[in-house]
Design a protein around this ligand. Structure first.
Ligand code: ADP
Ligand code: RBF
Ligand code: MG
Length: 361
């Protein structure tokens, strides 16, 4: 992680769509339903091209990619009201709540809110950011922009501001080279690096979250966990968990695991593409912090994920990857003893067993 001292700022400018709010999520849900009408199936094509585009530009891509029998304008006029109907379904992106003062509420957490309709040119023009600096009477060089899109990053740099990119394009962080820092999600935002007051939500190397749950039978993975690393991971299928996974960034998490017929154990887990191995598919790989005498493929495993440790990283050697995973293990093992986390050992989700007999739990 680049821990170099950054330029100090006094003002933070947050992009909204795609940075704080998961607007693409509802657009994709609407598209899925819409394509069915034309006998087409959403297959993820176009998802990358929607991000950072104007609605019309994105529409052009979809009409073309799916060979829809209508003009771009017809498409836009049909899809726009369908999306508007879904606004109430928009969710905050992971970590967005760290930037909100919950005593004040969303709107009141910002000194100024400015819309794209208040400027003449959109990003990558710096106009919107320069307008903010002007209205707040702050020098642009003292502003930190937080952006998910490439045009947004370009706009921030063109305004002479510092820019943290939180790419909304999965595995595309290399396209954001002009940003001053690229982070995986707002969970990794460190205001103190920029001379701002630090968040105080980390506890002993962990960021607590409301418990979330994943479960299913233990599946076969790549077969290299225990063999290559000495770190067996009881892989779970990602099928059926696309919504949950889209609500949580890839990274290293920990919590409590219920293994049917065996018991409840601590675990530390990676969710994502394992940059070191550059997997094409996202995997869910919990390492149960217990020595088992045998494998338990096919057994029902339920996870209560209670906190976050770090983003997935690449490593220059296998040894350094292993060393890091052992550090994760120590952090999880210690943190789970804190009452804050210990109480979730009693999470009822861990005791649900498909095998009926829960008496031993
Ligand atoms: P795979 O690639 O098939 O996941 P691994 O080398 O990661 O293979 O080994 C994982 C398997 O090892 C699990 O599915 C489980 O049956 C077994 N196992 C034994 N001990 C543990 C443990 N402490 N945590 C997770 N899995 C374990
Ligand atoms: N793989 C990576 O490429 N980068 C990581 O940062 C990383 N962190 C991990 C953290 C934990 C706690 C665990 C259990 C695994 C992690 N792995 C990571 C995944 C590791 O590469 C994986 O278990 C092997 O690929 C086995 O399939
Ligand atoms: Mg595994």
């Amino acid at each position: 992680m680049a821990n170099s001292l950054k330029k100090l700022v006094s003002c933070v400018i947050l992009d909204l769509d795609g940075t704080l709010l998961n607007t693409d999520g509802i657009v994709i849900e609407v598209l899925k339903g819409y394509l069915v009408k034309y006998g087409k199936r959403w297959d993820g094509r176009g998802a990358h091209s929607i991000v950072g585009k104007t609605p019309r530009e994105a529409a052009a891509v979809i009409v073309e990619d799916y060979g829809l029998p209508l003009s771009i304008d017809e498409f836009v006029s049909e899809i726009t009201p369908m999306c508007s109907d879904q606004w109430f379904n928009i969710k905050a992106l992971p970590g967005a709540n760290r930037l909100i003062n919950h005593l004040k509420g969303w709107k009141e957490s910002f000194s100024l809110i400015i819309g794209g309709d208040e400027v003449t040119v959109g990003k990558p023009s710096p106009e919107i950011f320069l307008e903010v600096a002007k209205r707040l009477n702050v020098d642009p060089s003292k502003c930190l922009v937080i952006e998910d899109s490439i045009p947004g990053v370009m706009a921030g740099k063109a305004a002479g501001m510092e820019v943290v990119a939180v790419p909304s394009l999965t595995k595309q962080s290399h396209l954001y080279t002009s940003a001053d820092e690229v982070i995986n999600s707002l969970l990794d935002l460190q205001p103190a690096k920029w001379g701002l007051p630090p968040f105080e939500d980390w506890i002993e190397g962990t960021l607590p979250n409301e418990p979330w749950h994943i479960g299913g039978p233990v599946t076969k993975g790549f077969g290299r966990g225990s063999k290559v690393l000495g770190i067996p991971t009881a892989n779970l299928s990602t099928e059926g968990y696309s919504t949950v996974l889209s609500e949580h960034p890839s990274g290293v998490y920990f919590g409590w695991a219920g293994l049917s017929t065996r018991g409840i154990y601590k675990f530390v887990m990676s969710i994502g593409w394992n940059p070191y191995f550059n997997n094409a598919e996202k995997t869910i790989e919990p390492w149960l912090l217990h020595d088992f005498e045998e494998d338990f493929y096919g057994e029902e495993l339920h996870l209560a994920i209670v906190g976050y440790i770090r983003p997935e990283a690449n490593f220059s050697s296998l040894e350094s990857l292993i060393e890091k995973i052992h550090e994760d293990r120590r952090i999880a093992e210690t943190a789970l003893e804190l009452s804050l986390y210990l109480k979730y050992r009693e999470d009822p989700y861990l005791k649900i067993s498909l095998h009926g007999d829960n008496s031993h739990l």
